[in-house]
Design a protein. Structure first.
Length: 132
């Protein structure tokens, strides 16, 4: 699937990391060795995955896409894949940056879970106070 015209990039969200190999092709879209429809089986997730292609005005069917994703949960992995796809499209055509950047697809979402502090039950949740 890879050839000398392939683009390799990565994307991230929370603890999820996605690596992509994007090349011109016949529309093969694989995530961790299986078709993306099987890996992200919820059809509501597919528009999120295809958002970078819609923003630049091209079809995913024009490319062969191989994604390797690890870490985090399903939602974080989905958004890491979207970030990797957007970065690969920007590498493919620098003119598309003008469309991808305002849509917020090239910026890594840096929000992560806040660490738990000692004396508290969670990051900010204090033990319940009892007067009596």
């Amino acid at each position: 699937m890879t050839n000398d015209k392939s683009i390799w990039t990565s994307g991230g969200r929370k603890n999820a990391r996605a690596r992509i190999i994007l090349s011109k092709g016949k529309g093969e879209f694989v995530v961790n060795g299986v078709p993306y429809g099987e890996y992200f089986s919820n059809k509501d997730d597919w528009p999120t995955l295809m958002e970078p292609f819609e923003v630049v005005g091209c079809q995913a069917k024009e490319f062969d896409i191989s994604l390797r994703v690890a870490g985090g949960g399903r939602r974080g992995q989905l958004q890491a894949c979207r970030h990797a796809i957007a970065r690969a499209l920007e590498k493919l055509n620098s003119e598309w940056r003008k469309k991808l950047k305002p849509a917020g697809l090239l910026t890594r979402d840096s929000r992560i879970k806040e660490r738990k502090k000692y004396g508290l039950k969670k990051a900010r949740r204090a033990p319940q106070f009892s007067k009596r």
